[in-house]
Design a protein around this ligand. Structure first.
Ligand SMILES: Nc1ncnc2c1ncn2[C@@H]1O[C@H](COP(=O)(O)OP(=O)(O)O)[C@@H](O)[C@H]1O
Ligand SMILES: [Mg+2]
Length: 501
């Protein structure tokens, strides 16, 4: 249980911060304490040596005169002012005077060989560390008055023997207790500061680690939910750094996955709808056909009625074959299984030719079709048979939705690099809310309209498909009660040739 948080990313991150902090502090601390000790001890050492030299000079005269009382007085005064322990010996090493308090210290720490070493003209400095005391020790020879070994050293006159001038020795020992106390105090202070730094590092490390780990944890949660099929989660905590970029990338990926899935769902739904639409379209004429067939098979109808029923059945069969034809057309167009037979055509000739076939059904409703073509129309690049299909559908609709005796206007005019064709009727019009949908297959504003007027609801879908295959577009405007205008644009030949070069 106690190990659990360490499995978390942020905890491990924080632990590393702490370990680095402690390691750095430890190394710095050890270096600092060592340097501090060395500094304090060397300062103390230099001080001791200079004091020793001055005391030696003071003692020269009394020692020469064997004035024990004066010696005693001098070293007692020095011991008091230096807070040190002093001993004076004669040139044989016999103690002449000491500062009195703890004679055995010197006895403990100085060996006979060392005394002889000093009496033959050498200086000893050392640190004495014992279980109960810790002190610096200095011992130097005392020369006869007027003799200065430094003068000889300056003259580089090594041949002169200073031993003959030694008349005794001085030993000084000062306790290091106070310095050790100071060092311990400073060390304790350093440890407190280090502990504070560790606590501070822990706090900063925690908030820093959380800031880094939060997006990581959030991202892993989003990825997990994604694998479970939830696409609505996104990573919210991000920044300008690499983690922020990763979060953005993940969000983008989730978006794309959600989009693709949504698209697939839509396609599946469209296919399902399409099949149910087709079944629906087929059911009405088939039910009608079956009903009349059964009626006729029963033999209970007179020949006059029989002729009427056959007319209806013929219309039903025609409607079914139209439906199948339109479905095949649309499916071929949508799967691009049709190659367009593109040729440059004069728009006015195309229109005239197409309208010729529609005059008959227009005349049946006493409808007049007017043609208005602009002058200097450029040629259009088009498959003539497909163009004919478009016009038949648009003008066919116009005839169907116009009142008897109405006028339908068909126009062709240049529009930039294209030619705009439009079919305007004075029919019932289309409510604005329905306009965006009328290009969809099987869409009919009046759902009740079926076989009586041969509408399959596929005509406009076919029109749009054909126009877009030519690189054009379609549009519709309508005012309910006044009429509608259906337009489409096709690329002009001039333009096509210019861009081809
Ligand atoms: N000129 C028009 N005036 C009014 N409504 C129209 C016109 N042309 C098309 N529509 C509406 O758009 C629908 C779809 O047209 P279309 O795709 O040609 O199918 P269909 O003609 O078989 O009904 C029509 O059912 C009708 O509601
Ligand atoms: Mg139609």
């Amino acid at each position: 249980m106690s190990l659990f948080p360490l499995k978390r990313f942020y905890a491990r991150l924080m632990l590393s911060y702490l370990m680095v902090t402690v390691a750095v502090l430890g190394v710095i601390g050890i270096i600092f304490i060592t340097l501090m000790e060395r500094y304090f001890f060397s300062v103390e050492g230099w001080q001791l040596i200079s004091r020793g030299e001055r005391a030696g000079a003071l003692l020269q005269e009394p020692l020469q005169q064997q004035d024990i009382f004066a010696l005693k007085q001098i070293i007692t005064t020095l011991a008091f002012s230096y807070d040190a322990y002093l001993v004076v010996t004669d040139k044989d090493g016999t103690i002449l005077a000491d500062s009195g308090s703890e004679p055995d210290r010197l006895g403990l720490s100085v060996e006979q060989s060392e005394v002889e070493h000093v009496l033959s003209g050498n200086v000893i400095t050392k640190q004495i560390t014992g279980p109960e005391f810790n002190s610096l020790f200095y011992m130097a020879p005392i020369y006869e008055p007027g003799f200065n070994p430094d003068d000889m050293r300056e003259n580089e006159d090594d041949s002169v023997d200073s031993t003959g001038h030694v008349i005794g020795s001085l030993a000084i020992s000062i306790p290091l207790g106070p310095i050790a106390g100071t060092i311990a105090g400073v060390t304790r202070l350093g440890i407190y500061a280090a502990l504070g730094a560790v606590v501070l590092a822990a706090l900063i490390g925690y908030s820093l680690s959380r800031r880094i780990s939060r997006p990581v944890e959030e991202m892993s949660r989003v990825a997990l939910e994604l694998s479970r099929g939830r696409f609505d989660l996104r990573v919210t905590s991000s920044g300008g750094d690499e983690l922020g970029q990763l979060a953005d990338t993940l969000n983008y990926a989730v978006d794309r996955v959600a989009e693709t899935i949504e698209q697939q769902r839509r396609i599946v739904k469209q296919q399902r709808d399409f099949i149910s639409d087709i079944s629906h379209e087929f059911r009405a004429p088939l039910t009608s056909l079956r009903g009349f067939l059964e009626l006729m098979r029963s033999g209970k109808i007179n020949p006059q009625e029989q002729k009427k029923y056959l007319e209806i059945m013929h219309a039903d069969a025609l409607h079914l074959s139209h439906l199948v034809q339109d479905l095949l057309d649309l499916s071929n167009l949508e799967t691009q299984q049709i190659t367009l037979n593109l040729e440059a055509q004069r728009p006015e000739l195309l229109l005239k030719e197409s309208l010729r076939h529609l005059q008959l059904s227009a005349a049946a409703k006493e409808i007049i079709i007017e043609m208005q073509e602009a002058e200097d129309l450029p040629a259009v690049v088009v498959d003539a048979n497909r163009f004919y299909q478009v016009i038949v559908n648009l003008v066919g609709n116009a005839i169907r939705f116009s009142p008897p005796g109405g006028v339908i206007t068909v126009r062709a005019e240049p529009d930039g690099s294209q030619v705009k064709f439009s079919v305007t009727d004075c029919g019932e019009g289309i409510p604005e809310a329905e306009l965006p949908f009328i290009w969809e297959r099987f869409y009919k504003v009046d759902k009740a309209r079926t076989r009586t007027d041969n509408g399959s609801g596929l005509g406009l879908a076919i029109v749009r498909q054909i126009v877009e295959m030519h690189g054009g577009r379609v549009a519709v405007e309508s005012t309910p009660g006044k009429g509608s205008t259906f337009s489409f644009w096709l690329p002009a030949e001039k333009w096509t040739q210019e861009t081809a070069n």
